[in-house]
Design a protein around this ligand. Structure first.
Ligand code: WQD
Length: 347
C-alpha cells in the first residue's frame, strides 16, 4: 500500500513542489497549511494544490490546520496512519522576524514541539525537516560542508531553524527509534516547468529572484542591488541558487534515507556553484529577453558576501544531486512569472 506522508506547510512554494514530487514518486501526501502564505482556490483547496492536481491528474488530500493547534494535530494523527512527516510549516521572513521575534519563536518552535509530541504519541518517528543554510551564519570557509560550525546567524528566523535542528538532534539521541533528515536549503528559485506553480510572495518580495522576475514582467520599476563592495568578483553578493524541483526531489531522497533507520542526518541541498547578483540579473535578462533595470544601493544588514554549498554528502548518502543549471532555473521562473503575472491571485 502507498505510504501516507504528512506535509506541513505543503501549500507554500517549496511545499507544493514537494507534494507534486511525492505524488509522482507514488506516495500519498496529506497536506496541512494555515493559509498564512497561500491563496485560497476553489474546493477549499489552496490554489497551489489545485494546480498540482491539474498537473498530476490526481486529487490532493488537504486540511486547513495550524501547527500550533495541538488538539487539531492529535485529531489528524488519529485519522491518518502516516509513515513520515515532511515538516515545512513556519514563518520565514528574515526582516519580519527581527521585528516580531516572539511570533517567530512561538510559531516555529512551539509549532514544531507540538508536531514532534503528536508524532511521538502516535508512534510516527520519521521526520524530514526544512532547515536552511542560514544556520551556518557568516561562512568561516567555503564551500560550506555540513561540519561547518552552526548557530552563527543573527536573526530570529535563522535562530529558530538552528534551535529546531538542535531539538530534533537531541530527540534522536535520546530515543533511538527516531529518524530525522535535516535539509539545509541554499537558495531555492525557479518553478515547475509547467509554469503552473511557483513562488508567490505576498507584498514586496524579500528575496532576489522573485523581485527580479517582477521587474522583468513590468510589475516593479527596478531592482535595488544591495551593495557592490563585497569581496566577490563583481562586488555583489554570491549565493548558491538551486532549482526548486531539484530541491523537492531531495525530499523524496530524504524519505528513502529514513527507511534505513538512519538516526539523525544532515544534508546540504545546493548545487555547489555560486552566482553573483549581477550574474543572476544577466541570466534572467537572457531567459526573459527583457531588460532588467537596477540601481546599486547600500548593503542589507545581515547579508554575507558569499555562501555556497559543498553538496557532496547528499550525493554520496542520498544519491541526490541537483540536475538543473542556471539557465533552466531562470527559464522556468520566467514561464511561471509570464503565465501568472500576479501569482496565484486573479487580479
Ligand atoms: C540573495 C542575494 C542579497 C534582494 C535569505 C535568507 C535565508 C533564506 C532565503 C528564507 C543577496 C541580494 C536581494 C534584493 C539584492 N530564508 N539582493 N536585492 O539573503 O541569501 O537568503 O532568503 O526563507 O535564510 O537569509 O537570499 O534572495 O534575499 O538574497 O541585491 O532586492 O541578492 O543582498 O546577496 P539570502 P536573497
Amino acid at each position: 500500500m502507498a505510504e501516507k506522508i504528512l506535509v506541513t506547510g505543503g501549500a507554500g512554494y517549496i511545499g507544493s513542489h514537494c507534494v507534486l514530487e511525492l505524488l509522482e514518486a507514488g506516495y500519498v501526501p496529506v497536506v496541512i497549511d494555515n493559509f498564512h502564505n497561500a491563496i485560497r482556490g476553489s474546493d477549499a483547496l489552496p490554489e497551489s494544490l489545485r494546480r498540482v492536481e491539474q498537473i498530476v491528474h490526481r486529487p490532493v488530500l488537504f486540511q486547513e490546520l495550524d501547527i500550533t493547534d495541538g488538539a487539531a494535530l492529535q485529531e489528524l494523527f488519529r485519522k491518518h496512519q502516516f509513515s513520515a512527516v515532511l515538516h515545512l510549516a513556519g514563518l520565514k521572513a528574515v526582516g519580519e522576524s527581527v521585528q516580531k521575534p516572539l511570533e517567530y519563536y512561538r510559531v516555529n518552535l512551539t509549532g514544531t514541539i507540538r508536531l514532534l509530541e503528536t508524532m511521538q504519541a502516535h508512534g510516527v518517528k520519521n521526520i524530514v525537516f526544512s532547515s536552511s543554510a542560514t544556520v551556518y551564519g557568516d561562512p568561516k570557509y567555503l564551500p560550506l560542508d555540513e561540519n561547518h560550525p552552526v548557530g552563527g546567524c543573527t536573526n530570529p528566523y535563522g535562530k529558530s531553524k538552528f534551535f529546531i535542528e538542535e531539538m530534533i538532534r537531541d530527540l534522536c539521541k535520546a530515543e533511538r527509534d527516531w529518524n530525522a533528515v535535516l535539509l539545509r536549503y541554499f537558495n531555492p528559485i525557479g518553478a515547475h516547468e509547467s509554469g503552473m506553480i511557483g513562488e508567490d510572495p505576498q507584498g514586496i518580495p524579500n528575496n532576489l529572484m522573485p523581485y527580479v522576475a517582477q521587474v522583468a514582467v513590468g510589475r516593479r520599476e527596478f531592482l535595488s542591488v544591495f551593495g557592490n563592495d563585497y569581496k566577490t568578483d563583481d562586488g555583489t553578493g554570491v549565493r548558491d541558487y538551486i532549482h526548486v524541483v531539484d530541491l523537492a526531489k531531495g525530499h523524496v531522497a530524504a524519505l528513502k534515507k529514513l527507511k534505513e533507520n538512519c538516526g539523525c542526518k544532515i544534508y546540504n541541498l545546493g548545487t555547489g556553484t555560486g552566482y553573483s547578483v549581477l550574474q543572476m540579473v544577466q541570466a534572467m535578462e537572457k531567459a526573459s529577453g527583457r531588460e532588467i533595470k537596477y540601481k546599486v544601493t547600500a548593503r542589507r544588514e545581515g547579508d554575507v558576501a558569499s555562501c555556497y554549498a559543498d553538496p557532496a554528502l547528499a550525493e554520496r548518502e542520498l544519491g541526490w544531486k541537483a540536475a538543473f543549471g542556471l539557465d533552466k532555473m531562470c527559464e522556468d521562473l520566467w514561464r511561471w512569472q509570464l503565465q501568472n503575472p500576479t501569482g496565484f491571485s486573479k487580479n
